[in-house]
Design a protein around this ligand. Structure first.
Ligand SMILES: Nc1ncnc2c1ncn2[C@@H]1O[C@H](COP(=O)(O)OP(=O)(O)OP(=O)(O)O)[C@@H](O)[C@H]1O
Ligand SMILES: [Mg+2]
Length: 236
C-alpha cells in the first residue's frame, strides 16, 4: 500500500518577498492512519493542511498525496483530486449560507462524478447517505435537513460540515479544528463517529487541534513545532 501522504524537504512561503514559514524535512502518513497534529497558533497547521489538500502550492520540495505528485501539477488537476478523494472540514466550516443542510451535504457529490459512481456502486442514494451521516452525528435528521444552515446552532453547523466532508467515502479526510464549537460530550461522540467512518472506509484522517487532550485517541500525534524547522515562537 503506498503512503497516503509523503513529504520531503517541503518549503512554503506566502510570497517571494516573504520568509519561508513552513519547512518540513520528512513526513509520511500511512493509508488508513489517524493523525493528530498540534501546535500553537501561527505554527503553520492550516497552511500544512492546505498544502496537503492541494489548495496551496509548495515553493520547493516533494509532496505526494494519494500516490500523486503535487509538485508541478496545475491548480485544476489538484482541484480534481481534492474533489474526488478528499473531505475537508474547515476551521470556519465554509457552509453555503443560502443552501439547506441537505444541499450543503450534497455539494461534493455534485462536483464529482467519481463520488456519484462510488455511491452508485454501493447501491446507496445520496440522500440516504446524507441522512445516515447526519443521524450518526446525533442530529435530528428530519427536523434539520431542509433548514437553511443559517438557522442552525454553531455546533449543528459543525456537524453538517462533517457530514459534507464524509459523504461518498473520500480516501483522505482533512479536519482543521473541527471540535472547537462542540461541548466536551459532543466532542467525544463526534470523534468516535469520525473514527468509525474513517475506519470502515479505510480513509486516512489528518486532524488539527489546539486541544491536546484529543491526541490520545489517534494512531499518531505530531507536534508541528518539532517538525517545522521554519517556525519561530513569538518572543514577548
Ligand atoms: N493568507 C496569508 N497571507 C500571508 N500570511 C499568512 C496567510 N495566512 C496565514 N499566514 C501566516 O502563516 C503562518 C502560519 O499560519 P497558519 O494559519 O497556518 O497557522 P495555524 O497553525 O493554523 O494557526 P491557528 O491555530 O491560529 O489556526 C502565520 O505566521 C500566519 O500569519
Ligand atoms: Mg489554523
Amino acid at each position: 500500500m503506498p503512503a497516503a501522504i509523503r513529504i520531503e524537504n517541503l518549503q512554503f512561503r506566502w510570497k517571494p518577498t516573504l520568509p519561508i514559514i513552513l519547512n518540513i524535512e520528512f513526513l509520511e502518513f500511512e493509508t488508513g492512519e489517524t493523525i493528530f497534529i498540534k501546535g500553537p497558533s501561527g505554527s503553520g497547521k492550516t497552511t500544512l493542511l492546505n498544502l496537503i489538500g492541494g489548495v496551496l502550492e509548495p515553493f520547493k520540495g516533494k509532496l505526494e498525496v494519494l500516490g500523486q505528485n503535487f509538485i508541478g501539477m496545475s491548480h485544476r488537476e489538484r482541484d480534481k483530486i481534492r474533489g474526488d478523494n478528499m473531505g475537508f472540514i474547515f476551521q470556519q466550516f465554509n457552509l453555503m449560507p443560502y443552501l439547506t443542510v441537505l444541499e450543503n451535504i450534497m455539494l461534493p457529490i455534485e462536483f464529482s462524478a467519481q463520488r456519484r459512481k462510488r455511491l452508485n456502486d454501493m447501491n446507496i442514494s445520496s440522500i440516504d447517505e446524507a441522512k445516515r451521516l447526519l443521524g450518526h452525528l446525533m442530529m435530528k435528521v428530519e427536523e434539520v435537513i431542509s433548514k437553511p444552515v443559517t438557522e442552525l446552532s454553531v455546533g449543528q453547523q459543525q456537524r453538517v460540515a462533517v457530514a459534507r466532508a464524509l459523504i461518498a467515502q473520500p480516501s483522505l479526510i482533512i479536519a482543521d479544528e473541527p471540535t472547537s464549537a462542540l461541548d466536551a460530550d459532543a466532542r467525544e461522540s463526534f470523534i468516535k463517529t469520525l473514527f468509525q467512518e474513517c475506519k470502515s472506509v479505510g480513509s486516512t484522517l489528518v486532524f488539527v487541534s489546539h486541544d491536546s487532550q484529543l491526541g490520545k485517541y489517534f494512531d499518531r500525534q505530531i507536534d508541528l513545532t518539532q517538525i517545522n524547522t521554519a517556525y519561530r515562537p513569538v518572543s514577548l
